[in-house]
Ligand binder design. Structure first.
Ligand SMILES: *[C@@H]1O[C@H](CO)[C@@H](O)[C@H](O)[C@H]1NC(C)=O
Ligand SMILES: *[C@@H]1O[C@H](CO)[C@@H](O)[C@H](O)[C@H]1NC(C)=O
Ligand SMILES: *[C@@H]1O[C@H](CO)[C@@H](O)[C@H](O)[C@H]1NC(C)=O
Length: 524
């Protein structure tokens, strides 16, 4: 009886929310009573937090027993939380898909990732979320780990991709010499070699200028927070709508944390880094609340890919999902994600098949952005966000590997609750000692015909292959047909990550300074 009463109350509430939503939507479109003076007609602000290498099982919200993530857990409670949110399996391709709403092969962001000495970056003719928002009057800032290239002329940094401002390290902190990238851990083994003694010290950029090299990692996250809040305050004072993109260095290895977080968590240094990430998210959310921006700001949170399992007990957790970063199993390509818009989005969980590529077109739908000239793979998922029960608009999603090759195409295809693996390959980052032999690097590139088939709603761990059962043959045929059409419809750009030159590494001194790279040192 009590349960029935609750149901009625919930139904009434969601009716109210729908009404509220239509009011908010017309308010946004009409641009009158937004509660704030805005030159751009009351358009909502957008904040996009991105964690690095944070797995499906890492949050307190998703059940990790010793993680402490109260701010993100609270955000999740007040958001549409996506249980089936997909990303590419490693950093640079994931950020390319997120920023452009397109499969990474279209923009050439493969194989694996950009490094300190990469010559290229995200092509400047790609349209990022910031570039899409610019004609709508938005001011945009990126604070954190960009990882879409730097370039000899800094031509690939965020400031050349639609962002007005940038502050951060443009690539992974393990791409630095180990005495700097592992301030607390001594040797260059964590537990496998990961840092690069021959590289320049990690640079910290403000716009296109290196302001500190090597960066002081323990104070970095506090400074990210200060820059983000300062940007919000300045932009709101100017009456402009803003887009804040905050891709954290946490929780990529080697792990670090400020003095106030280090040694404070049962989960060791990973737990400290995660708690500091959570604290930073909490600080920015508090700044929004303090400025009464909650009901006029869309807040997204996601992670770029699954956990780096080669870090063993010192790394992240994919929870109940199979394998981790680098693989096309769900542990590598499915991460926690959520979106909050206070007073507009009714909190709840959605099992819809969604992708990081959907964020650009969805922001466009909420802000009036014009995407008609873009070739997008992402979809407007406002229907999913507004209603727990809506499973559309996406039926199928292709899952590309770390080393995409036209000879194989996507390794896997997801169709609603089914996932078919046409190819599998184990990965070093998914741990050479993994208890699951499929994840290990000793599992070679393998073709599956028929594809391995899993029901993700019943079997999220991808343990029970259904492909041998006759009753699934129609499902497999549907997936095959879609895959053939998909392959025919996607134009690949030549791969851009492979070209390297030690002298294009970011150096705060003269580009020809000696001895290189030790001469690349500047302190603020
Ligand atoms: C960007 O330019 C390259 C090289 O001219 C071209 O191949 C690619 O299709 C362009 N991309 C877009 C999104 O226009
Ligand atoms: C970065 O660029 C923006 C936009 O041009 C400018 O307002 C800001 O002052 C710059 N920041 C720094 C630290 O130079
Ligand atoms: C959107 O962009 C397209 C192509 O650039 C243009 O033709 C169209 O007029 C634009 N639509 C609006 C509503 O501005």
């Amino acid at each position: 009886m009590i349960r029935f009463g609750l149901l009625v109350a919930v139904a009434a509430l969601s009716g109210l929310a729908a009404l509220w939503w239509s009011t908010a939507a017309s308010r946004t479109a009409g641009g009158t009573a937004s509660g704030r003076k805005s030159k751009a007609g009351g358009k909502p602000n957008v904040v996009l937090f991105l964690a690095d290498d944070m797995g499906y099982g890492d949050l307190g919200y998703s059940g990790h027993p010793t993680s402490r993530t109260p701010f993100i857990d609270n955000l999740a409670q007040n958001s549409r939380f996506f249980t089936h949110f997909y990303v590419p399996p490693v950093c640079s391709p994931s950020r390319a898909s997120l920023m452009t709403g397109r499969y990474q092969v279209r923009s050439g962001i493969y194989p694996i990732v950009f490094t300190a000495d990469s010559v290229y970056g995200l092509p400047t003719n790609e349209t990022t979320i910031a570039a899409m928002l610019k004609p709508q009057g938005y001011k945009s800032m990126a604070v954190g780990k960009w990882h879409l290239g730097v370039g000899a002329e800094n031509q690939y940094l965020p400031t050349n991709h639609g962002f007005d401002e940038y502050f951060g390290i443009p690539y992974s902190n393990d791409d630095c010499p180990c005495k700097i990238c592992l301030p607390n851990e001594g040797p260059c083994t964590d537990p496998v070699p990961s840092c690069f003694p021959e590289n320049v010290a990690c640079p910290l950029f403000s716009n296109t200028t290196i302001v500190e090299q090597p960066v002081d990692l323990p104070t970095l996250t506090q400074r990210y927070v200060d820059h983000a809040i300062n940007f919000i305050q300045r932009t709101v004072a100017d009456g402009d709508p803003f887009f804040l993109y905050m891709p954290f260095n946490h929780v990529h290895h080697p792990h670090f944390a400020s003095a106030s977080h280090e040694g404070m968590n049962a989960r060791g240094l990973f737990g400290d880094a995660l708690a500091e990430l959570d604290w930073a998210v909490g600080q920015v959310l508090k700044a929004l609340k303090d400025q009464s921006l909650d009901d006029n700001t869309i807040v997204w949170f996601a992670s770029d890919n699954g956990p780096s399992l080669m870090q063993h007990e010192r790394g992240g957790s994919a929870g109940l999902l199979r394998c981790g970063k680098g693989t096309t199993w769900d542990g590598g390509v499915r991460t926690p994600a959520m979106v909050r818009w206070t007073g507009v989005i009714t909190p709840g969980r959605s099992n819809a098949l969604v992708s990081s590529m959907d964020i650009l077109p969805t922001i466009a739908a909420y802000t009036g952005g014009n995407v008609s000239a873009l070739t997008l793979d992402g979809m407007d998922i406002t229907s999913v966000i507004q209603d727990n029960e809506v499973l559309g608009p996406r039926d199928f999603l292709a899952v590309y590997p770390e080393f995409p090759d036209k000879a194989q195409g996507p390794f896997a295809v997801i169709h609603g609750k089914y996932k078919a693996h046409f190819w599998t390959e184990g990965k070093f980052i998914a741990d050479h000692e993994n208890y699951d032999p499929m994840c290990r690097p000793s599992h070679p590139l393998t073709k599956h015909d028929p594809p391995l088939l899993f029901n993700l709603h019943l079997d999220p761990g991808e343990r029970y292959d259904l492909s041998g059962e006759e009753k699934y043959s129609d499902e497999i045929e549907m997936i095959r047909t879609w895959l053939a059409e998909h392959i025919a419809s996607v134009d690949w750009m030549e791969p851009l990550t492979g070209a390297t030159d030690p002298r294009v590494q970011p150096c705060c001194g003269d580009v020809n300074c000696e001895p290189f790279p030790e001469c690349c040192v500047c302190q603020a």
